[in-house]
Design a protein around this ligand. Structure first.
Ligand SMILES: C[S@@+](CC[C@H](N)C(=O)[O-])C[C@H]1O[C@@H](n2cnc3c(N)ncnc32)[C@H](O)[C@@H]1O
Length: 431
């Protein structure tokens, strides 16, 4: 559905059956009772259990975690496949930026306790151990945790890296709890269009439960951008192509081609040349302060002034995340890092993306079209028909991204846009 791989975004799974109909895996065992259990692999395991069924006093102090739905189980099952981990690890921009960030923050990590939220194969946990962490809790609800544990043992790190197989939301209800605060949380939680997959909520849960006051979160903030896009080649390839196929007029296919190609968002790579003007900040998230409810729905209004005369084919979305120490967090220093243009008071609020007054030049992992490509690519929302836009013409409207009620990992997108006096609405789902 998205891109050339045919994968359904983060769900890089072969089994495309909807949850409830396919094979389910990903559950563990265990019930909290002040004990810790280990299976024959030396892996600490937990269970996708119903918290209502636990007999646990501590639970009264905790907000009950969201239930693990069939969609969640399918999600964790998808992460048991090696393909998705291979793709992420081979994304050198991603993996090397994380490694550089961990090494750059060695002074916060050496001799300290770290939690890796969603450890996958354990790669970030091992980077943290290499940076001198005293102990790393590597947590993953997917069965990939079994392999992570083997990788840890093979690298003689079993004494320092403790792999916990379970949902981070449930750890404190179980016998595989983490019974100490952590100095650092590291996580690679970003989905397509930043918020798809809704994994940031799990990082927030871990932060509020285990992070010491003044502790470090890597990455520390994230920003989602959007910009108007012109992409004549894409439109030609997918739509105009049908006008003349080996000399045959196949225009009868046009409507179907538009629906099939452009009804839903597309994850694909564009370049800086496709971008018609400076991007707009859809949402900036400070990982130290963001709250769960803020992720349920994100709304913005935008106003672009096109820098070129070109057909407008849709909007492109991308994000970046920053890695810097807790002392640089706006939560601790409200006067630092103002993002120029984040205010919606600007008459035209597309902004030069990197104009950020960051005296420390924080390490940035960017998925922008002008930067080296990553496995996230960019997310495109195409119109069925292009709009001819003159230089300096205004393109304005509003955008709402909301978690799907049915499956909070999917994202509903409501886009309104006006250009040249005509208004349009596009509804789509990133699933
Ligand atoms: C994007 S992958 C990152 C894997 C690894 N950290 C890396 O950088 O290669 C996210 C991982 O988080 C896990 N995950 C997502 N939500 C989780 C949760 N609530 N509790 C435990 N693991 C979770 C997934 O199973 C998946 O393996």
């Amino acid at each position: 559905m998205y891109g050339s791989s045919g994968f359904n975004n983060a769900y890089h799974q072969n089994n495309q059956q909807p949850p409830g109909e396919g094979e389910k895996r990903g559950g563990g065992r265990g019930r909290r009772g002040g004990r810790r259990s280990r299976n024959p692999h030396g892996l600490r395991v937990s269970e996708f259990q119903n918290p209502q069924n636990t007999n646990n006093d501590d639970q009264k102090e905790q907000k009950p975690p969201p239930p693990c739905t069939d969609f969640d189980k399918a999600y964790f099952h998808s992460y048991a496949h090696i393909g998705i981990h291979e793709e992420m690890i081979k994304d050198r921009v991603r993996t090397e930026t994380y490694r550089a960030a961990i090494m750059q923050h060695q002074r916060f990590i050496e001799g300290k306790v770290v939690m890796d939220v969603g450890c996958g194969t354990g790669i970030l946990s091992i980077f943290c151990a290499q940076a001198g962490a005293k102990r790393v809790y590597a947590v993953d609800a997917s069965d990939i945790a079994v392999q992570a544990n083997e990788v840890v043992k093979a690298n003689n790190l079993a004494e320092r890296v403790i792999v916990l197989h379970g949902r981070v939301e449930l750890l404190f209800l179980q016998d595989v709890e983490i019974d100490e605060e952590v100095d650092v949380i590291v996580s690679e939680w970003m989905g397509y269009m930043l918020l798809y997959e809704s994994m940031l909520g799990s990082v927030i849960t871990a932060r509020d439960r285990w992070l010491k006051r003044g502790g470090l979160i890597l990455p520390c903030n994230a920003t989602l951008y959007m910009a108007p896009i012109t992409h004549p080649v894409r439109y030609q390839d997918s739509i105009e192509f049908w006008r003349n196929v080996y000399g045959i007029d196949m225009s009868a296919m046009l409507q179907l081609a538009k629906q099939c190609a452009f009804e839903e968002p597309c994850v694909e790579t564009i370049t800086g040349e496709n971008v018609m003007t400076w991007p707009h900040v859809v949402k900036h998230l400070d990982c130290y302060t963001v709250q769960l409810h803020e992720l349920e729905s994100v709304s913005t209004t935008y106003k672009f002034q096109s820098m070129m005369r070109a057909p407008l084919h849709g909007f492109g979305f991308w994000f970046d995340v920053e890695f810097s120490g807790p002392e640089n967090s706006p939560a601790n220093n409200p006067t630092q890092f103002p993002i120029i243009g984040i205010s919606s008071n600007n008459p035209v609020d597309g902004i030069p993306r990197k104009k950020r007054s960051n005296p420390n030049e924080a390490l940035v992992l960017s998925t922008a079209p002008e930067d080296p490509p990553t496995h996230w690519q960019q997310t495109m929302i195409y119109f069925f028909d292009p709009i001819e836009v003159e230089q300096d013409q205004i393109i304005e409207g509003s955008l709402t991204l909301s978690q799907s009620k049915e499956n909070r990992r999917f994202m509903n997108i409501h886009l309104k846009y006006t250009s040249g006096g005509r208004s349009y609405v596009k509804e789509s789902v990133l699933n």
